[in-house]
Design a protein around this ligand. Sequence first.
Ligand code: ATP
Length: 438
Amino acid sequence: MAVDTMEQIVSLCKRKGFIFQSSEIYGGLNGCWDYGPLGVELKRNVQDAWWRAMTVEEDDIEGLDASILMHPRVWEASGHLAEFTDPLVDCTHCKARFRDDQIEKEGQCPSCGMKGTLTAPRKFNLMLKTFIGPVEEAASVVYLRPETCQGIYVDYQNIMTAMRRRIPFGIAQIGKAFRNEINPRYFVFRSREFEQMEMQYFVKPGTDMEVFNTWRDKRLRYYAELGIRSEKLRLVPHEKLAHYASAAVDIEFEFPFGWGEIEGIHNRTDFDLRRHSEFSGKDLSFFDDQTRERYIPFIIEASSGVNRTLLAYLCDAYEVEQLENDTRTVLHLHPRLAPIKAGIFPLVKRDGMPEKAHQIERQLNPYFRVFYDESGAVGRRYRRMDEVGTPFCITVDSQTMQDDTVTLRDRDTMRQDRYPVAGLVQVLGEKITSWQRP
Ligand code: ATP
């Protein structure tokens, strides 16, 4: 059942232009995905919601867009060259490769089922390499960043000075990251090219755990505010901590294939800035001129994935609803995330209705992404919008031509109410912000 749901979501994503396999006509490239017309809108809305929550709604967080390629010493300092490995196991029979923790029955290959054909695990570094400059030699090796936050650490002093900030303050960034995952799987949940949304908050040592707890709670609330049902979310503290962390908790979502991390909140201590000070020779400490104290700030990070959270929103929104004589597929996406905010339909293709509907389209266009559709029965048009998560449909009918009102249909309840055309911008705006999952 659960696996079927996942297959249905993957199939809907392809059919409706959300997500395609990368390079599909060449047989695909494992672990890479393309976002189609509706997927790219959804992805931008996921990013915008996060960016807004971090840089607009918080008054002490600055934005950054650092480069993907960084000085190779960054990855020595961060510990990635030595530590960013997964245990790789080979099957000597079928040649399949696995991450050690993906082997469910000890000693048995999950792919061909043979026993005694698995090698001992060996360390496999997940960083993707390339060369910079015209010569392909060891000295010109650079890495595609496996996480975005290192760009924040190495720019932290520039930002603090340029923006006249003091500790505490935060830096937020959205950008691509790359990991040569041994076994990309579960659709976009684990891919080799993905995007992260990371916020690093710089604090005075001693205040770190309080700030950690605040961000943990804030980030959990954030997903609920964007419509994810609370029973689908849980906090899971790490038992085994990464080399840089003193406390860590994951926010997990219950996907059709099981619980999986969508965001990690970590107390990274002063590890990163201390190491970058050491490796670069630049003093990255902060001098508080009011208390006359000098210290290396601790860092609390909230690190999430665009693609993974997008998949969580999709999975949580997906429903095949049983109606009286029919079923309908519907995505109950939060209207802020929905790729299209409103469908606009003339009931029939005559009597001035298409012209009126186009006029409404022009009226709403500056504020919302809307979609004009005049093809097929209006019931079919509603269903098409339900399936891609469009929260509202506006229909021009014969009454519109007399009193300038339209019907506004709600995706979730399928209720239709009449509203004056003149007030549509405001009505939609209010409905989008006040939406609650039914
Ligand atoms: P996992 O244990 O699942 O490999 P992680 O603990 O290594 O993840 P982090 O390094 O904490 O993940 O990365 C922060 C966030 O980046 C994750 O919560 C996830 O949303 C996203 N992310 C990490 N790796 C991938 C990936 N391969 N594909 C898609 N998103 C990813």
